[in-house]
Design a protein around this ligand. Sequence first.
Ligand SMILES: Nc1ncnc2c1ncn2[C@@H]1O[C@H](COP(=O)(O)OP(=O)(O)OP(=O)(O)O)[C@@H](O)[C@H]1O
Ligand SMILES: [Mg+2]
Length: 265
Amino acid sequence: MAFRIAIGNNKGGTGKTTTTVQLAAGLAENGKRVLVVDMDPQANASRRLGFRFSEADPVPTVSEAIKADAAGVATDAITAIGWDAPYSERISLIPARFDLENRISEAAVLGAVSRLRKALDGVDDDYDYTLIDCPPSLGHLTQLALAATDAAVCTLEPEYDAVEAAVRFRDFIDAQAAELKNPGLTVIGYIVNRVRSTLGAHDFQLDGLPDLFGDRIWCRLEERTAIKDAADSAAPLSALKSTTAKNQSSNYKELAARIIEETQA
Ligand SMILES: Nc1ncnc2c1ncn2[C@@H]1O[C@H](COP(=O)(O)OP(=O)(O)OP(=O)(O)O)[C@@H](O)[C@H]1O
Ligand SMILES: [Mg+2]
């Protein structure tokens, strides 16, 4: 049965999708089977994994799965990714499209927050990990993810607003987990992303992080063009030729190994 991890932060652009996608690659490199669930109407994870929604040839996405409000229905939305082997053999995707925005208005319907959990019921039993990419909000779409997941991971930048938003994400989970019928849900790890060691302001923020998040800070990832290039070209970092890309790819593989260790303990 898959261990589910929702990746979030209440601030945009902190690397939620980058982490979801490259961590899926890292887990696959560690031999794990991964299901990526895209819970953001921007559908960035879907595109970066090689998926394109076509109005002419529509397929079910996470939006239809949530709307259906039926146990196990997300199985119909699982699709192959566009990457090469071995990733294509180990990673599958439940994609998003902009229509996911329309699920937000259903928030007031009784039980609506449990619909992703219901849709995923039994669907990820054959995977080792399910990674759920959240939008930069604490609204209904993120709440659907938090209600369905075993654990949360937060990505942040060493910038004031991103750190504050990470605290909001953590405190929201602590306050709302029971309401989401997921008591005990916590942020198990923080990934500090886009670190620029030349910036004094970053050093200042980095120094303060242990006071806020203690030993839950899993790693620091530098700001590197290769990471952006991988996202733009919809590829795993290992598919890029540069040495930087290879080094960053190893970082995500190491991060994946740490997560495997943490979640099997
Ligand atoms: N470590 C990094 N080095 C360089 N570029 C990065 C790094 N991490 C993320 N990026 C780039 O920054 C942009 C934002 O990252 P990403 O899309 O992962 O953030 P996000 O938190 O998912 O954003 P959103 O809140 O919009 O969903 C992307 O263009 C991505 O390629
Ligand atoms: Mg994103």
